[in-house]
Design a protein around this ligand. Sequence first.
Ligand code: BTN
Length: 245
Amino acid sequence: MLFKEEIHYEVESTQKLAVKIAKSQHNAHGTVIIAEKQTKGLGRTGRRWESPVGGLYLSVIIQKPLPIKLFHGFSVRLGLEMAKLLEEKFSLPFKVKWPNDIMLNGKKIGGILIDMNAQNEEINYLVVGIGFNVNIRVQTLSDETRNIATSLLEAKGERVSIKLVKDLILRAVANVMEELETNNLRDLKQEWKERSLTFGQKIFTELFGEGAECIEKGITDSGDLIIELDGKEEIISNGDITLIR
Ligand code: BTN
């Protein structure tokens, strides 16, 4: 996949900008909106994503008329691929947390946000937003984020090239897209078992509108989470989980 990078110093949100482009232009496949900082970074489920200088903030536009069902589990595949490439590069034990957090040493270091638009079972566009804490000192983050976040700078004790991390993340996107386009989807189960922070552990999630304690049992090939609740397996396709320590 060929990327066309558009670099900004400051934007409200690369995601917002990329969605606007994806909606109005039909030849934007591969466009990557990158910013050094965001003033209104968006996280999943309406949360905000703190985006000071030092982090990596990018949104990739995918505009291929591929079947929507190929993209089920896209963010899970991408998270696993990112964690693998990052581990190879930095020799650090990156993990994933369902549905799409990248974790290091039990803390969040990166997140993925997907905006999708489809028609007649085919993709119009997908905007893949990725935020990654590269050279961020966690003490500079807000009270609510400080204790649950980490960065490459914190883990390595030295600054890391943001460009290097950006190239690596774009390679992960390209690898997953190639899997999809060649219809050569790898089996996620084993990889998930090795890489999920919560595999086999007690977790807390919302189920049937209520909080529930259950056990993480694995992932389906479409990226849904398999859990065990009161001795029965259930599948959840959206939501959040928390590890119970
Ligand atoms: C999450 O909640 O874990 C997802 C966070 C995604 C943040 C990225 S930063 C680049 C892109 N632009 C945004 O406004 N959000 C995403």
